[in-house]
Design a protein around this ligand. Sequence first.
Ligand code: IZC
Ligand code: ZN
Length: 409
Amino acid sequence: MKRFAIINANILTPNDKGSPCRGEEQGKLIHAKHMLIEDGIIKMLTNDINMLPDCEKMDLDGALVTPGLVDPHTHLVHGGSREHEIPLKLDGASYMEIHHAGGGINSTVLATREASDSELKEKALNDLKHMLSLGVTTVESKSGYGLNFDDEVKTLKVSNQLNKEQPIDIIHTFMGAHSIPQEFKHDPEGYINYICNDIMPYVRKQNLAEFCDVFCEEGVFDVDQSRRILNKAKEYGYRLKLHADEIVSIGGAELAAELNAVSADHLMAVSQKGIEDLADANVVAVLLPGTSFYLGKNYAPAREMIDKEVPIALATDFNPGSCPSDNFQFIMNLGYLYLKMRPEEILTACTLNSAYSLDRGHDRGSLSINKKADFIIWNSDNLEYLMYRYGKNHVNQVWKDGKKVYGVK
Ligand code: IZC
Ligand code: ZN
């Protein structure tokens, strides 16, 4: 048995009571000085050093320790990049205008279809290395740039291989309903039938993805189409997620609640009823302030959602179009500055609530007894400093399943 303890640290963690933290609970953390780890699992949190058994001890001299970050919304595996959109944007074109003119997601679909498995893998691996250095120990990864059987399966296989070949745990989501591909431009119903009948059952059967997500947005998939796709996904055994009310308020949040989705993501344009429905159904709201930042749009009403008892998670939304950054620490800064969340609420949003939004609250997301020893040792003795001093990586070491996987010293 491998047993060791970290001692004299400022350990801060959300308190897992078996469901996502909401309302006032979102901002309540537990504090301890010492943590015992056995075979990659947390066995004790204590302020009394005499409680620890005889074992190897790492003295952290007051450093902040938190759970590893869980990024629950990314479009990790994709070909190419979209810096060629910059002049269009400077001339005033919006994200949706570029999309409807055949650019945007469609240009990434072309680049992804053209890329080989190993090209996609190498590119995503580079991004994963960067994420790990920033403290991410679990990440969600969506398909949605293949938009046909072979290329959706190709990207999901790459994502599954990457899960085995580097330290971050990757949770996979099928998102064939990300956009209508050019071949089906005049037959959206034909595309919906194709993904529902041909791709979705195969992906689930091969266990290539456990979640299904839809881009429910004006001009992409409407509420009725999204409902049909997600109901079909439920039949195949997927858990549900939804890109909801990102740009226009069309009832995405209401649909996520109606279908008992695990999460509703974006919510920059969520309605009052949408907020109430999410709270009633205990759906985790995954907010993506990096997208508001990059698109120059408004931010989701996080304070109002916390007041109305909607559990909040944060994510990067890392993708080549609306958030070309995988920097989760910058998302924490935006959470404080623009979502007006308190540092304690932000930590819960990036660890325990994000783990729950991936159905992983039972084994990670907090430093609780019998959970995975996924944790970060920070170059700071307090949590507030991470939100305040932006643009710098504050990670000193990242530990995954009780093993050091990244370290500055
Ligand atoms: O590639 O533009 N919003 N999907 C929905 C995206 C952004 C990703 C992209
Ligand atoms: Zn997204």
